[in-house]
Ligand binder design. Structure first.
Ligand code: GUN
Length: 171
C-alpha cells in the first residue's frame, strides 16, 4: 500500500498506474493531475483529481460516466467487472438479488439509459440495495442536466472511497 509521500515521488507513468483505477476505465484523470504534485494530503489529491475531471469537456465526462457498468447488469452477471466494481456492487448486496429484484433493476436500468443515454450512477459503497432502487425511481423524472451533474458527484464519492482503500484509510 503506497503512502502519499510515495505517490508524490512517482513518475507520471507510475503515478497513473497507481491511481488510474480511481475513475472507472479513465486513467487520464490521474495522468492529467500528475503535474500538480506534490499533494499535501489525501484530501488535496482527491480535490485535484476531481478538478481535472470537472475541467474536462462535457463529451469526455460523458465517456467517463458511460464507462461505468450497470448496477446488477449483464457485466456483473458475467463476472466481467473491474475488481473495484465487483467490490462496490457486492457491498450494496447486488450480487445476492432475488429474481424479482433483478428484474426490477433491469427494468429501471433500461428506463434510465433510454431517457438519459448514460447509465445510472450512484456510489454503491454508500447505499444499500433498497436505497439504490429508491433513488433510481426518484431520479428517473429528473432533467438530463441534473442527472449528468449528479453522476459526476457520485463518481467523486466512488473515487474518494477507492483512494481511501488505496491509502488504507477508513472512511
Ligand atoms: N455504477 C453505478 N454505481 C456504481 C458504483 O458505485 N461503482 C461502479 N463501478 N459502477 C457503478
Amino acid at each position: 500500500m503506497p503512502t502519499l509521500a510515495t505517490l508524490n515521488h512517482l513518475d507520471r507513468a507510475a503515478f497513473t498506474g497507481a491511481l488510474g483505477h480511481l475513475f472507472e476505465h479513465s486513467p487520464w484523470v490521474a495522468d492529467e493531475t500528475w503535474p500538480q504534485r506534490p499533494f499535501r494530503d489525501a484530501a488535496h489529491l482527491h480535490a485535484a483529481l476531481c478538478a481535472t475531471m470537472r475541467a474536462a469537456a462535457p463529451a469526455r465526462q460523458l465517456v467517463l460516466i458511460r464507462a461505468h457498468p450497470d448496477l446488477a447488469g449483464r457485466l456483473a452477471r458475467q463476472n466481467a467487472l473491474t475488481a473495484e466494481s465487483t467490490r462496490e456492487q457486492a457491498s450494496a448486496g447486488l450480487n445476492r438479488l432475488t429474481d424479482d429484484e433483478l428484474a426490477e433493476f433491469q427494468r429501471l436500468n433500461t428506463a434510465y439509459l433510454a431517457r438519459f443515454g448514460f447509465p445510472f450512477i450512484i456510489c454503491a459503497r454508500l447505499n444499500a440495495k433498497s436505497a439504490i432502487l429508491a433513488a433510481m425511481q426518484t431520479r428517473l423524472p429528473n432533467t438530463a442536466e441534473l442527472e449528468f451533474s449528479t453522476a459526476l458527484g457520485e463518481i467523486e464519492k466512488i473515487a474518494q472511497i477507492r483512494l481511501n482503500d488505496l491509502l488504507e484509510k477508513t472512511t
